[in-house]
Design a protein around this ligand. Structure first.
Ligand code: DGI
Ligand code: FE
Ligand code: FE
Length: 192
């Protein structure tokens, strides 16, 4: 990956995201790059996936649903109730169509960054964890512990994040995607 390609993606994200979201995007990209260096993943792939993971985040619910309909992307019952969950799947679609990403692992990392999935690849886990712990995130519980754990034991960090996310969603009475639950159960069983 040439530095100019990364710089181009950064500029594209600055165009489609508001200031706060763009700050988050950079935080995720750089956190993912550090996790990649630590865990033996390619740093450039982590940067690209981090930069693009929320490329569809600033689209309205209507627009997300319209893209899914037009492109025949599946929409679950939970996603119908909470279309913002679709920013991950639509983001993966846009990464391929608009930003010309062909690496399936990068596309999967974008697709699965919100709910996770059982049996995630190293890159998918890195993006999932980086999304939660980047320096701009301030409010989540156990952040310090999760940030430390992420460099020592990525699967353990996954479990901590999934547990806190599910508790938060339960407490706030939010729609819970089936995949989020399945991912939690999978990592609770030691990733098997
Ligand atoms: O896009 P971000 O804000 O950076 O982060 P994200 O893609 O993880 O999505 C944001 C929210 O998604 C976060 O508050 C946790 C939440 N989330 C994860 N799984 C589920 C979920 N929200 C709902 N309603 N249901 C889920 O299953
Ligand atoms: Fe997101
Ligand atoms: Fe994000």
């Amino acid at each position: 990956m040439k530095p100019s390609e990364l710089s181009k993606l950064r500029k594209e994200m600055a165009k489609v995201q508001d200031g706060k979201r763009y700050e988050h995007t950079l935080g995720v990209a750089y956190t993912a790059a550090n996790l990649a260096a630590c865990h033996g993943e390619d740093v450039d792939r982590a940067l690209v996936a981090g930069l693009l993971h929320d490329c569809a985040k600033c689209l309205s619910d209507e627009k997300l649903l319209a893209i899914c309909e037009k492109q025949k992307l599946p929409v679950s019952l939970q996603e119908e109730k909470k279309p913002s969950l679709l920013h991950a799947r639509v983001g993966s679609y846009l990464a391929r169509k608009e930003y010309h990403i062909t690496d399936p692992d990068i596309l999967n990392a974008i697709h699965n960054h919100t709910t996770g999935r059982p049996g995630m690849s190293l890159l998918e886990k890195i993006i999932f964890v980086a999304d939660y712990m980047e320096p701009g995130r301030k409010k989540a519980p156990h952040l310090e512990q999760i940030r430390r754990t992420a460099f020592a034991d990525l699967d353990r960090a996954m479990l901590m994040i999934l547990e806190d996310t599910l508790l938060y969603l339960q407490d706030t009475g939010s729609v819970i995607d089936e995949t989020t639950r399945e991912t939690y159960e999978y990592y609770q069983n030691g990733g098997k």
